[in-house]
Design a protein around this ligand. Sequence first.
Ligand SMILES: [Zn+2]
Ligand SMILES: [Zn+2]
Length: 315
Amino acid sequence: MIGRQCPGAECRRVFRLDGAAFDAFEGHRLYCPYCGATAPPEEFLTDQQRRYAESRVARAVGDWLSGELARLATRPRPSSGLSLTITIRHTPAPLVPLVERLSRRHVVCVACDLRYAVFGMAFYCPFCGLREPLSVFDENAQVIEQELLLPARLRSVVRPEESQILREWEELGLHETLVTNALVNAVSAYETALRGLSHQAANPGADPGRRAVVAKEIGNSFQNVERGRECGQRIFGFDIYSCLSSPELDYLSQMLQARHILTHSSGIIDDRYASEAGRPTSDVGQRLCLRDGDILRLLQLMRAVVVHTKQQAGL
Ligand SMILES: [Zn+2]
Ligand SMILES: [Zn+2]
């Protein structure tokens, strides 16, 4: 596996490519698996590889220069009255060590069959850019589930005398941050999957001009059950939620709304959320508390909608 880094100024995230697959790759562009930025392969060198390459060049230039100067150097001649001595002291330029982190998650693209590795959530294949929306959703759901397991795993490996770090973790509310983050990521993975399927259905030829039209039509419809249903009806011609029971659909709707208030109003319950979640009006103004189980149940429902949409649409 060889490391690559997104050339996008905002992203700059690192991923890895299967060495043999990269050597055999004949494409003229790579894609960032995290943000989808695309550029010629040589622009994807990591900062470390770039520094290493520069240090190799600096050493080669230094070696060449010292060799040339040594040829010019003269030795003192005892027979002549006048002598000039040039002494060359050359220390080779240090090479920057090339140490690459071990990757966390290996992926084989179902479209091009090439292998790569990513850290955390990823949405694009670095080789072909395209990804099958359900596989991407499943991979990202797995990452979210593993993140949620992290505190329990930490507790199982940290010795009691080191538990100060866990207390600090809890005092800082990091577990809550983790659950909130998991909800935001779950909604993002779900929206991306439904958007991907929508593009496949409404723009099978992947025409770039048509893509912009479809993207505009979708907007952020899938962040809301009602708007998502209308958008799905227009694009697929069926109800994308018909696979869910009424309580399941209510739960999905509540959690989408929960993401909205966590992102936009620090999780303070408003009238709309209270009414959609069937909570008493006395809860308005209180802060929403989510648990790991909420996210796990949500991921199952989201997956059911994505699978149903893919199957019904014949994609
Ligand atoms: Zn990127
Ligand atoms: Zn691919």
